[in-house]
Ligand binder design. Structure first.
Ligand code: UTP
Length: 476
């Protein structure tokens, strides 16, 4: 038990001295027991060897290069298989059948990354708790878990789900799972694991920042923190015990995500890819989306901020952008590939972001800078791509599988009203496919847990049905 008399453990004092960071203890004499315990808890998880790397990166102001160093000028957009395209080298029907076999054999597991802070949206807790169901008000968690329940109903096998949380989302996510009966999932098929935090460093001096006398400014280590945290939590072994051979990963803020789409999984399996990824067509140079590129047989995702404007604007003779494969962060890996990557220490490089981070000055006054003052560090899942020997890229229609919630209401894109419209539009299109019409301006919603496709609608609504009041359509 830590109390106000707690001394700082000698090895920590020495580590802080070696790193030149003793200043973080400057308010120690004023802290009570709880405050001391809080600060010690944070300092205890700092890896001082890694801290040195962070400092060097801060000084050099650039991320560790993605292996192999990518020559964008020589890179191209890789060939993409488009969903339902008969011109694909693998027939769509064969892919669907292969994906169905994977699901019916229980060979697919899922990883949901839900550790982000949702700062742009202004979240105070997990984004997964944000209500987006256009009629039901269901949360993002409800809608995404529903997809797994629907697969279970259709194929008779549960999809084991690992949910990544962070210091920002862990407690509330676990509370949600307890309160909601695991969102309707079988608790034996849910593994919750927490990613690490990394300290934010003062951009000018490379030192740790306090945002309270007993608290360091730290942030989750990016969605790529998944690799190490899943491994350390025993998650890879947990998937193995469930007999999983392929892992599909998706993000909590895309309620239309199609991580378990049979055709996607089928292309992944039939092409014997280590790593498959979904993309949507990037149409305009200024769209803020990372792109999938290929160079010398290796694939990588390049962030929009790293793509020089002239290259971003270049078009091919067919009118498409030269780099048009917009990454939407839905991936599928073989379990073997993730095992191999997790065993390597250097699998994922660190990316730097220059951010505004409030901090305490010498006197203990909280300063809220108006311009970026600190460096935050993140790892990205997509940086695993260059490690894969065989990558399959699958193009989907954005309206079928991409409705990201990033920004607050009133923003130009990716705001709640855009997500609302995308979900209603998607429901209306599936209803139309099932021969059901919906009156102009009426919101409709498909119950994620019971409706996978138009055939589930046909089972409950006869063709010719007309809907003229807002409604959630539930399957059998
Ligand atoms: P984003 O960075 O786009 O969203 O993460 P965010 O972190 O939720 O919001 P901002 O950037 O602070 O506004 C994309 C996905 O990756 C997850 C998020 O939960 C989201 O599903 N993520 C992001 C993590 O799981 N951990 C992280 O450290 C960062």
């Amino acid at each position: 038990m830590t109390d106000a008399s707690t001394a700082v453990p000698t090895p920590l004092v020495e580590a802080l001295a070696r790193a030149g960071q003793r200043e973080v203890l400057r308010f120690w004499p004023t802290l009570d027991g709880a405050g001391r315990a809080r600060l010690l808890g944070q300092l205890a998880v700092i890896d001082w060897r890694e801290f040195e790397t962070l400092r060097q990166l801060t000084r050099a102001r650039h991320a560790t290069p993605v292996p192999p160093p990518l020559d964008l000028a020589a890179a191209t957009t890789p060939p993409c298989l488009a969903l339902r395209d008969p011109a694909n080298p693998i027939a769509p029907a064969a892919a669907v059948a292969a994906g169905q076999r994977l699901l019916a054999s229980g060979l697919v597991g899922a990883i949901l990354v839900a550790g982000g802070q949702g700062t742009r949206l202004g979240c105070t807790g997990p984004k997964g708790l944000v209500r987006v169901g256009p009629v039901s008000g269901a949360t993002l968690f409800d809608l995404l878990f529903g997809k797994l329940r629907a697969i279970h109903r259709r194929f008779g096998r549960q999809v084991p789900l690992a949910i990544m949380t962070s210091s920002a989302t862990d407690a509330d996510t676990r509370q949600f799972l307890r309160d909601s009966g695991f969102g309707g999932l079988d608790p034996d098929f849910v593994h919750v694991f927490r990613q690490h935090d990394l300290p934010a460093l003062d951009a000018a001096t490379g030192t740790l920042l306090l945002d309270a006398p007993d608290h360091l400014a730290m942030a989750p280590d990016g969605h790529g923190g998944m690799l190490v945290a899943l491994h350390e939590s025993g998650g890879l072994d947990w998937f193995a015990r469930h007999g999983v051979e392929h892992l599909t990963s998706f993000q909590v803020d895309n309620p239309l995500a199609l991580p378990l789409d049979c055709e996607f999984l089928g292309y992944h399996a039939l092409s014997q890819a280590d790593f498959s990824t979904q993309i949507v067509l990037k149409r305009e140079p200024q769209e803020r989306v990372g792109i999938v590129v290929e160079q010398a047989g290796r694939h990588a995702v390049v962030e929009y901020s790293d793509l020089p404007a002239p290259l971003a604007a270049e078009r091919r003779p067919d009118g498409r952008l030269r780099f048009h494969a917009g990454s939407i962060a839905v991936h599928c890996f073989t379990k073997r590939f993730l095992d191999r990557a997790a065993a390597r220490e250097d699998s994922l490089p660190l990316h730097l972001a220059h951010k505004v981070v409030p901090f305490l000055d010498e006197s203990g006054t909280l300063i809220r800078p108006t311009a970026p003052n600190a460096i935050k560090f993140e790892r990205f899942i997509f940086d695993l791509m260059p490690l894969a020997d065989r990558v399959t890229v699958v193009e989907i229609e954005a309206r079928d599988g991409f409705a990201p919630l990033k920004n607050p209401a009133g923003s130009a894109a990716d705001a709640p009203e855009h997500v609302h419209a995308a979900l209603v539009d998607h429901a209306r299109r599936l209803l139309a496919e099932a021969g059901v019409t919906v009156a102009e301006g009426i919101d409709v919603e498909l119950d994620a847990a019971t409706i996978l496709d138009a055939s589930d609608i046909a089972a409950v609504l006869p063709r010719g049905t007309h809907i003229d009041t807002p409604r959630v359509i539930r399957g059998l």
